[in-house]
Design a binder for this molecule. Structure first.
Ligand code: GAR
Length: 197
């Protein structure tokens, strides 16, 4: 049976779009049921709507620091669409263990580093400062520990002379758009073997 996929975004949603395009390409084991964001102004919401996918926005700001209350509000539209798989795609809020546990084993995230290197923010700057010869991105299962959890796929790029965080981010992003759809396709078909591009 086709798996129902919900996607959480915070911004432009280029990874989300890569997932939507792949799911629309036919012979895919999953289909999108919702794109939701913590930012009502997230540019990705309009792109998802253009794609014909239902969208929802739950602004985190009125909740202040009350993550659990924000998550309870976010769960309403999410649970209404009964997702089998939840994909974080440029979603920039830390989720509490209570939320993560609800989707244990069926929540994926894409992170712009070769985990376990550089969990958290500023991954490209940190790779440059470390003098790394390679950088990349990781798709992993989400567990309560930030940017941790079983690795489902990685793609690598070279760090080139003269790279800035921006040029490196752009090179990695191209690979994110290849990796995430490929991993989701396998995951939705029941294959959790890591994919290395
Ligand atoms: C991507 O590079 C993604 O890996 C990163 O934010 C960017 C979002 O781009 N995610 C994180 O840093 C998550 N902690 P997008 O909105 O165009 O997909």
């Amino acid at each position: 049976m086709t798996k129902r996929v919900a996607i959480l975004i915070s911004g432009g949603g280029s990874n989300m779009l890569a997932l939507l395009r792949d799911m629309a390409s036919g012979d895919h084991p999953a289909s999108p049921v919702l794109v939701a964001s913590n930012d009502p102004a997230a540019a990705g919401l309009a792109k998802a709507a253009d794609f014909g996918v239902p969208v929802a926005a739950v602004d985190h700001r009125p909740f202040g620091g009350d993550r659990a209350a924000f998550e309870a509000a976010l769960l309403e539209p999410l649970l209404a669409v009964r997702p089998d798989i939840l994909c974080l795609a440029g979603f920039m809020r830390v989720l509490t263990p209570g939320f993560v546990d609800r989707f244990a084993g069926r929540m994926l995230n894409i992170h712009p580093s070769l985990l376990p290197l550089y969990p958290g923010l500023h991954t490209h700057q940190r790779a440059l400062e470390a003098g790394d010869a390679e950088a990349g991105c990781t798709v992993h299962e989400v567990t309560p520990v930030l940017d941790d959890g079983p690795i489902l796929g990685q793609a690598r790029v070279p760090v080139l002379p003269g790279d800035t965080a921006d040029t490196l981010a752009a090179r990695v992003l191209v690979q994110e758009h290849r990796l995430y759809p490929a991993v989701l396709r396998r995951f939705a078909a029941g294959d959790r073997t890591p994919l290395f591009l």
